[in-house]
Design a protein around this ligand. Structure first.
Ligand SMILES: C[S@@+](CC[C@H](N)C(=O)[O-])C[C@H]1O[C@@H](n2cnc3c(N)ncnc32)[C@H](O)[C@@H]1O
Length: 256
């Protein structure tokens, strides 16, 4: 166990933090996430935990979880606290993983394994397969969301929880080869340019600056094509963070 002064010193050196972690012993992370936005972390935790408990019940100690795009490990830690037997986190940024390893050790979960990797080109042999995967707040930062969903599905044995920003639904149809031939849209993907954030010190963007953000219907269609048989929307609880409450962000439980 780290002494309080050492804990406080290291937490300060690693700061500022994305999550407003409480490391115990009166040591709290200084977080750069504005307080009015930080509510999203607890809302997502509650939604994820509810879906995980409902599906796995008493099997929690027997299962393995991979948190993809784990950042500083907030949800990996939440799963370990919930009683999930084995937990690992994967992120493209080593600078986030360094903080995740510290947070997990400081909070009494040094057994959580954190590894560097890109979900658009997953090192499958190293990653393995997991009954539960988390894919929270990552999809809409990626230029290859469909490829990422296929990769995520490949490492998921039972349940994947996907949380993402979504664009307003787009309906309609397009000509498809001739004026008389048409295809209906299955939702749409918006092209977002995150060059400014990506080229500064922002630690939340994708590996590349271009991002494709889906509408809910597009996401559901992509999840089915990625290999998930059943897709259910997780309903936010009363008092949820405003974006989840308004359906501008969504959480899906996708089952293999
Ligand atoms: C907005 S943060 C979300 C963090 C966390 N999952 C959450 O919900 O609070 C996005 C995280 O995904 C990571 N990330 C972005 N692109 C990635 C990729 N292609 N592969 C793996 N991780 C990625 C970022 O480094 C960052 O830690």
């Amino acid at each position: 166990m780290m002494k309080r002064d050492e804990l406080a010193q290291q937490a300060k050196e690693l700061g500022p933090w994305f999550y407003p972690f409480d490391f115990g012993d009166g040591v709290k992370a200084e977080s750069y996430t504005p307080p009015e936005v930080a509510g999203i972390f607890e809302t997502r935790r509650e939604m994820a935990e509810r879906a995980v408990r409902q599906h796995f019940g008493a099997r929690l100690p027997e299962i393995s979880c991979l948190d993809i795009g784990c950042h500083e490990g907030f949800y990996a830690l939440a799963m370990a606290r919930l009683g999930v037997g084995r937990v690992a986190g994967l992120d493209v940024r080593e600078e986030n993983l360094r903080r995740a390893r510290f947070a997990a050790a400081a909070m009494g979960f040094p057994q959580i394994r954190f590894m560097q990797g890109n979900c658009e080109q997953l090192p499958f042999a190293e990653v393995g397969q997991h009954e539960l995967t988390l894919f929270l707040g990552v999809l809409y930062h990626l230029e290859n969301p469909m490829l990422a969903l296929r990769n995520v599905a490949a490492v998921t044995k039972e349940l994947c929880l996907i949380e993402t920003q979504v664009i307003d639904e787009v309906t309609g149809q397009t000509e498809w080869g001739a004026q008389a031939w048409t295809h209906p849209y299955q939702g749409a993907l918006a092209v977002i340019d995150e060059t400014v954030e990506h080229s500064s010190d922002v630690r939340e963007t994708g590996a590349t600056p271009l991002a494709l953000c889906p509408s809910p219907r597009a996401l559901e269609t992509m999840l089915r094509h990625a290999g998930f048989r059943t897709i259910e929307r997780v309903v936010p609880a009363p008092g949820a963070y405003e974006q989840l409450a308004r359906g501008k962000r969504v959480v899906y439980a996708a089952y293999k």
